[in-house]
Design a protein around this ligand. Sequence first.
Ligand code: ACO
Length: 379
Amino acid sequence: MTTPDVIPGLEGVIAAETGLSSVDGLKGELIIAGFPLAELAENATFEEAAYLLWHGKLPDGAQLETFHDELAQRRALPQITLQLLDAAAAQQTAPMDALRMVAATLDLDLDDDPDTQALSLLARLPTAVAAYHRLRQGRKPLSPREELSHAANYLYLLHGEAPTPAQVRALDTYLITVVDHGLNASTFTARTIVSTDSDLVSAITGAIGALKGPKHGGAPGPALDMVFEIGHPDHAEPTLRAKLERGERLMGFGHRVYKVRDPRADVLSRAAARLYESSGQQELIELYDLARHVEQTAVRLLEEFKPGRNLQTNVEFYTALLLHGLNLSSDLFSPTFAIGRLPGWIAHCLEQQRNGRLIRPDSVYTGRRDRRWQPLPER
Ligand code: ACO
């Protein structure tokens, strides 16, 4: 039984002030450091968005160049990270678990100040994800290319060839779309860790652990699997109805905060449409049309099965479609989400370190109080 004073899941509890992002779940509005999400995600590069979150303003040309150079020079992985990735690949460890393990090694210099740690983490996380992807396939990791942007270099490290401008634009848009989102579970985890005066690397390691779960960043793979399983518009209704009758959750739908369509879904569906059209591949264009049909059917059936719950499309549904169009396999979806969310996590940690107080909520004890010690033979 729920104790009246307890707020399960801390829903509606305001635990921090932030200048980083504002989420209005009833209006379906997301503001990132003053910008409407769509404006930022469709125009900025990932580096510009990260700089904006860390410095509170967009960089000018010289600042952007310096920021790019500072990141590009740090992309190579420490030896210990590569050794760990190698050992994890030998055991076919799941990518998010491998990432959580190696995140803790991305900056091992405890004397580094938070700004240096932040740069090292941001620069190296994509290198680690791509290196692990190749190692798991029995291939050698590639060396980062300093002249490429953050997004372009990540795609190069995964696929071994420089991406097209349309692919880079699509990935920049995706990474910025997920760059920050209020006090979500992983961001709260990161803030909690630095609130103890622990360090940034520990906070990011914890945040990756929180992001992994299917109620947070683990949903896009299953969302795409669902579209493939449906396969044809005529199968959408019977397949989704059967899932709901079995009590399953439809991946890519529902959100703790949004009670209307997640604004990130709009940005990503437009970006996916542009990417798929630019590819000229009929099979991708058909997949996009199928996904739209699945989305409309799912929203209609969710209203039928869970009336009044307002279960709408969330960010993960079109994440899956966009990343699939960039030739990312579904086991890369959550790690790529982590790469996008990283500047937000770091910005929240820096904000917490500047203004925050130790995060330490209370609990209500509901256990027994009448026990007395029994020596082992008497139990
Ligand atoms: N499919 C079917 N039913 C659902 C779904 C769904 N996707 N989402 C919620 N419901 C139902 C629940 O079964 C519950 O019904 P009940 O009260 O009859 O038992 C009701 O709606 C409320 O669900 P809660 O889990 O209490 O809602 P909460 O706000 O905690 O959940 C969450 C939000 C976890 C995202 C949920 O909607 C879900 O599991 N969605 C599917 C997974 C997913 O898409 N995750 C990605 C989230 S986006 C992100 O974090 C980046």
